[in-house]
Write a protein that binds this ligand. Structure first.
Ligand code: RIB
Length: 300
């Protein structure tokens, strides 16, 4: 398989990003260093990451009937993403994320708006697309019952369902049972399973009971195989400008390369994520296929 057909079911946000010398304390006012507006949303970010790498991507989600929504749709279309199944909801604002970038990290508050206006029926209306996809990719910035509806359709049509459980929340057992691969960080996996945050990562992966691909920032990734053995894939060293969307880039790229096997897919997805943090904004640094290959060639 050269270019898998990917369907992303998830959120679309406008990111309002403030640069700051450090994160403020509660009740404190700080003078920021920059302000920018970027395209974002975990779903849209993952869709763009996959599309930039040259694969066919369709997105299922919702925007509001407002300027932000029209801008987001036009942007996704310009990235070559099929937006036919994105609903425009008349009575909801487009999702937005208030992001502070400081100290080499970020804080994000999402106001979901239209992202929480989609329903399981909307997902079920997209059954034909799910049935013809090679990978279904979702996250938790849309209602849980919509994620579950997508997972059920993926199972019905024997399609891999990759779930990036972010932002973290406890997963219903039924959903966990339908997941082909879970792609959390350590904190998200603990919350997904309802376990203490300080549970060792090896124990978390064992307790999950499903295949897990854990992202660990600069430490790379950790994943289990069908025999329960753990494998690591190191990250690539770059100088980060903005880490927002690094996980999304990893997920979108992984979906594109999944058919190459875990080792190669995680190597390429790590490289895409590394490139993504070298520019400001969630999507600005996401590489094209040529940029990714050029980066990898330099690492050899
Ligand atoms: O993962 C990064 C994304 O989280 C941002 O683009 C923001 O919109 C939030 O959804």
């Amino acid at each position: 398989m050269q270019t898998p057909k990917i369907t992303v079911i998830g959120s679309i946000n406008i990111d309002l990003v403030t640069g700051s010398p450090r994160f403020p304390q509660p009740g404190e006012t700080l003078l920021g260093t920059s302000f920018d507006r970027f395209m974002g949303g975990k779903g849209a970010n993952q869709a763009v990451a996959a599309a930039r790498l040259g694969t066919e991507v369709c997105m299922i989600g919702a925007v509001g009937d407002d300027g932000f929504g029209r801008e987001a749709l036009a942007h996704l279309q310009a990235e070559g993403i099929n937006t036919d199944r994105i609903k425009t909801l008349p009575d909801q604002p487009t999702g937005m994320a208030n992001i502070t970038v400081a100290e080499g990290d970020n804080h994000i508050i999402v106001v979901s708006g239209a992202n929480f206006g989609i329903t399981p029926a909307d997902i079920e209306a997209c059954e034909a697309r799910i049935a013809e996809s090679d990978v279904i990719l979702s996250q938790l910035e849309i209602p849980m019952d919509c994620v579950l509806a997508a997972a059920k359709l993926a199972r019905k049509h024997n399609k891999p369902f990759v779930l990036n459980p972010a932002p973290a929340q406890k997963l219903p057992a039924e959903l966990l049972g339908l997941v082909t691969l879970l792609t959390p960080n350590a904190y998200e996996l603990a919350i997904s399973l309802g376990l203490p945050e300080n549970t060792p990562v090896e124990e978390l992966i064992k307790q999950a009971g499903v295949p897990v691909l854990m992202t660990r920032g600069s430490e790379g990734v950790l994943y289990n195989d069908e025999n329960g053995n753990l494998h690591t894939q190191p990250s690539f060293k770059v100088t980060p400008v903005d880490t927002t969307g690094a996980g999304d880039t990893f997920n979108g790229a992984f979906a594109v390369f999944r058919h190459l096997g875990m080792k190669e897919a995680t190597r390429k997805a790590n490289a895409a994520a590394a490139l993504s943090v070298t520019k400001a904004g969630a999507q600005s640094g996401m590489p094209t296929a040529a940029e990714l290959e050029a980066f990898l060639a330099k690492q050899a």
